[in-house]
Design a protein around this ligand. Structure first.
Ligand code: GDP
Ligand code: MG
Length: 175
């Protein structure tokens, strides 16, 4: 995790999912180890990076965040271009955000490369008392669709690194 001198690979990863599920905070947790309590909704497409070691290789993860287009289902195909991985996020306390996951998978199948590695993320796992999506439902859906799956909390940091490392290792395995 130290600052490297030479980058072996750059992996583009897109973060998608309904608005307010915590996409921007997951990104901020992974790249800066920060959680921003008064964050505004994202303006303008942007990406953040973090350089990590995967199996002895220096990998720069270039992780793209949506610009609020998720509200209009208007994420453009340019956003998906060249993406090797996708973090598809829902909020475990918002049933609707999970119901929309199938739609997001369709989006990926339509616009992204067919070999894209997809990780389904149930975020806000810290809000246990408000849980609306049982873990088993998500596990079942993920197995059915061939997705990796993790529950995370951008707030506590639980499983965020782990989920990204699983995704990046899997991408490294398929390139
Ligand atoms: P985005 O629209 O998907 O990018 O969602 P944001 O990252 O902007 O987060 C939406 C809201 O959910 C904000 O108020 C965040 O503070 C909150 N949030 C994000 N992640 C978590 C989490 O893991 N736990 C809790 N309790 N709140 C979170
Ligand atoms: Mg956002």
């Amino acid at each position: 995790d130290s600052v490297p001198e030479k980058i072996d690979y750059v992996f583009k990863v897109v973060v998608i999912g309904d608005s307010a599920v915590g996409k921007t905070q997951i990104l901020s947790r992974f790249t800066k180890n920060e959680f921003c309590f008064d964050s505004k909704s994202t303006i303008g497409v942007e990406f953040q990076t973090r350089t990590v070691n995967i199996k002895g290789k220096v990998i720069k993860a270039q992780i793209w965040d949506t610009a609020g287009q998720e509200r209009y289902r208007a994420v453009t195909s340019a956003y998906y271009r060249g993406a090797l991985g996708a973090m598809l996020v829902y909020d475990i306390t918002k049933r609707q955000s999970f119901d929309h996951v199938a739609r997001w998978v369709e989006e990926l199948r339509a616009h992204a490369d067919s070999s894209i590695v997809i990780m389904l993320i149930g975020n806000k796992a810290d809000l246990v008392d408000l849980r609306a999506v049982p873990t088993e439902h998500a596990v079942e859906f993920a197995e059915d669709q061939g997705l990796f799956f993790a529950e995370t909390s951008a707030l506590s940091g639980e499983n965020v690194d782990k989920a990204f490392f699983i995704l990046l290792e899997e991408i490294y395995g398929v390139i």
